[in-house]
Design a protein around this ligand. Structure first.
Ligand code: 0O2
Length: 231
């Protein structure tokens, strides 16, 4: 893998007139290979989580994972982050600085499941934790809650072993519901969300937290009661 080539500035398509067709083809190939590494890393993490989910399904009477999803950051979104964070437009610098190009989201039933899944994934000896941001313990000022972990997993290519960073987000159904609506509103208003809507969103985040706490308490109570078997 070659590193150190310049990636196109600002937008994926802007400024490309400065490159010859051959340079453009080679840049395209290098970018595709760059993204492929992240796809493989993402697949490794997905497989690990699917195995945990299947094991819970088969061997336990309770499955903490409600939903798994994953995404590769779009080229435009990578370029936007490169510019916003002032990262050198070089593949090597982007590799170092942007760690959420591959992302996996684990939606759980309850808050304690989010932490449990985090523990189970990060206890695996080929998973290296680079960074944890616990927005459940310390929500963002807008009310956003989720447990984020940047982990590194080995990917075995024909050229050898490569460590790939993947951002894994663990959250409950209620946190996910809130975050997806907030994301849509933020997008709709092109980041200029009216103040009263921001206040309402913050209230909704509080309501979602209360629902999580209530459901978790109910769940604990139900599990403590003996199962009634009809004969
Ligand atoms: P997408 O659509 O998931 O790709 P950044 O905030 O990106 O400058 P950092 O430190 O990488 O810097 O961010 P952080 O805090 O780890 O959060 C990254 C991701 O978490 C976001 O990815 C979102 O998926 C999610 N996230 C963080 N804060 C919020 C929030 O306030 N609301 C919602 N709805 N999601 C949030 P992307 O790349 O922004 O988006």
């Amino acid at each position: 893998m070659t590193t150190g080539s310049a990636v196109p500035p600002l937008s994926v398509t802007d400024g490309l007139q400065n490159f010859s067709p051959q340079e453009l083809r080679s840049l395209r190939d290098e970018f595709q290979q760059f993204l492929l590494e992240y796809r493989f890393g993402m697949q490794e993490i997905e497989t690990k989580l699917q195995i945990l989910r299947d094991e819970f399904q088969q061997l336990h009477d309770y499955n903490p994972i409600e939903h798994l999803s994953s995404r590769l950051k779009s080229p435009d979104s990578i370029v936007e982050k490169v510019v916003r964070k002032g990262v050198e437009p070089e593949f090597s610098a982007i590799r170092e600085s942007i760690t959420d190009i591959a992302g996996v989201r684990v939606t759980c039933s309850f808050t304690q499941d989010a932490y449990r899944l985090f523990d189970l994934l990060t206890a695996q000896d080929d998973v290296e934790v680079l960074l944890v941001k616990d927005y459940i313990a310390e929500p963002k000022p807008n009310g956003y809650k989720s447990l984020h972990a940047i982990v590194q997993v080995p990917v075995f290519l024909s050229t050898g072993r490569l460590m790939v960073p993947v951002e894994v987000q663990f959250r409950t159904i209620a946190m996910d519901f809130w975050a997806s609506l907030e994301h849509k509103i933020y997008y709709k208003f092109a980041s200029n969300v009216p103040a009263e809507l921001l206040t309402e969103l913050k209230d909704a985040a509080q309501t979602a937290s209360e629902l999580d706490a209530k459901m978790e308490r109910l769940h604990r109570e139900v599990r403590q009661r003996p199962r009634i078997v009809r004969i």
